[in-house]
Design a protein around this ligand. Structure first.
Ligand code: 5AD
Ligand code: SF4
Length: 465
């Protein structure tokens, strides 16, 4: 789930692109025009990483606003800076170190007063070293966000481990966390040690939040969790929860799923429902059974292919995306070829492709240290081969949409480039040109509105209307 320049992901559908998406979800208008320092206490919340982090940042932002701070975008304008961080790959940490270095300088110059490090790096062992090195004022993990309350001067909050704080009310799109943590132990992954074991939020609690959000005008609900389809509570499974939410929300999506938890009936529900976006993100990581075993993924490639078959059958116009790791320690040429074959057969519409990054304390890192690392030039070649295969598929599939008329949900209003960004019901991202106007107002469409438009052209990553 996503990261600020994290990993050597595919340049377009990779994590850099993901970050751009995420940042635009959280950014506030016009930092460039802001020249003088605002009056009163100010705070800057900067997010690195996945949608879970974006959501956590919303909660942190609400705490600082409640405490009377004005939000600013630039570090130099902020009394308090909160970095909500990602730990999933090593270069994410390098990137955060760069920011911490700059903040340390601003603090010495007396511009920034306090710096807090939050999120997944905050939960990792390395955080005490960072605290020391950069003179941080607060380090918090993902389970003790409430400690931020007293840091910013709010009365101490009691927060349960399961996030039951509401999502963003009154926005056209909102994230709703339905579970946190993860019970898997994938060889390469740091998440279980920073986010802990799975905790699921009760169904009624989730539905009540969704109802509240919808009543306040939210059009689009994204259900979030590390393994969202592993959600279960009092005999109910993710299928039951998705069905209930799809009955009360006008538009729903969910991420991230795990192939071992994905039930066929859930895939069929995506095809049957009028409100679920027909896009499935199902990380496969590798096409090699041998490597999937080393990774402890808990499924073979055949099972993954079967899931994809059910999805394609039940949701013929749906889009499928995945995550792939290139160069896990011990990855052979035969493993790589198996991945290329799987990519061809599954015809992904997009993929987040990551070069393996060793994370301290994981099994993968031990293998890396034992001399099983794949040489960098080999990783680079394999990475480009996989990227090319994914892009060719995606381009072909996107071309097939040209000429069709689509109902497009506007996610971001018209930018300086004159285009709005929207999403079709099949989950395609669409750049909407200035000729397309809102049917309600006759003006350029606003976020949260629907427009109907013809797809004029397509690239490997987006459609153009
Ligand atoms: N190295 C590279 N990629 C990783 N991911 C998780 N951990 C690592 C790692 N150590 C990728 C996986 C996961 C996505 C969120 O990040 O593909 O699905
Ligand atoms: Fe990490 Fe695996 Fe859990 Fe996903 S399922 S969060 S990759 S341990």
């Amino acid at each position: 789930m996503t990261e600020t320049e994290i990993g050597a992901a595919s340049p377009a559908r990779g994590s850099a692109r993901k970050e751009r998406q995420l940042v635009s979800l959280t950014s506030k208008p016009s930092p460039a025009t802001q020249t003088s320092r605002p009056e009163g206490r100010t705070a800057c919340v900067r997010t690195f990483g996945c949608q879970m982090n974006v959501h956590d940042s919303d909660r942190m932002r609400r705490m600082v606003l409640d405490a009377g701070y004005a939000e600013v975008q630039r570090y130099e304008d902020a009394d308090v800076v909160i970095l909500n961080t990602c730990y999933v790959r090593e270069n994410a940490v390098d990137r955060v170190r760069g920011h911490l270095g700059e903040l340390n300088r601003l603090k010495r110059e007396g511009r920034v007063k306090k710096v807090a490090l939050a999120g997944c790096i905050g939960a990792a062992e390395e955080s005490s070293e960072l605290k020391e090195q950069y003179g941080l004022d607060l380090v918090i993990g993902t389970h003790n966000t409430y400690e931020l309350a007293s840091f910013v001067g709010l009365p101490t909050m009691e927060e349960t481990y399961t996030p039951e704080l509401p999502g963003t009310v009154g926005e056209h799109s909102a994230f709703v966390t339905i579970m946190t943590g993860c019970n898997y132990q994938c060889s390469y992954c740091i998440v279980p040690s920073v986010r802990g074991r799975m905790v699921c939020r009760p169904l009624d609690n989730v539905v009540a939040e969704v109802e509240r959000l919808v009543a306040s005008g939210t059009e689009y609900i994204t259900l979030l969790g590390q393994t969202v389809d592993a959600w279960r509570h009092e005999g109910l499974r993710f299928y039951d929860l998705l069905k209930r939410v799809s009955e009360v929300a006008p538009r729903v999506w969910f991420t991230t799923s795990h192939p071992s938890n994905m039930e066929d009936r859930t895939l069929r529900l995506i095809g049957e429902s009028e409100t679920i976006v027909r896009r499935l993100h199902l990380p496969v990581q590798s096409g090699s059974d041998r490597l999937l075993k080393v990774m402890h993924r808990g499924y073979k490639s055949e099972r993954y292919r079967r899931k994809v078959e059910v999805f394609r059958e039940s949701v013929p116009d749906g889009t499928l995306s995945t995550d792939l790791i290139i160069g896990h320690p011990g990855e052979t040429e035969a493993d790589h070829e198996a991945t290329l074959r799987l990519v061809e057969e599954c015809g992904f519409d997009s993929a987040y492709i990551f070069k393996y990054s060793p994370r301290r304390g994981t099994e993968g890192a031990e293998m890396h240290e034992r001399g099983e690392a794949v040489p960098e030039d080999v990783v680079q070649r394999r990475f480009l081969q996989v990227l090319r295969a994914v892009e060719q598929n995606a381009f072909r599939q996107n071309q097939a949409k040209v000429g069709s008329e689509e109902e497009i949900f506007i996610r971001h209003g018209v930018s300086d480039s004159g285009k709005a960004i929207g999403e079709t019901w099949s989950g395609h991202s669409v750049h909407v040109g200035p000729e397309v106007l809102s049917p309600k107002t006759g003006l350029p469409p606003e976020p949260g509105e629907y427009v109907r438009a013809k797809i004029l052209s397509a690239g490997p990553h987006v459609l153009y209307a």
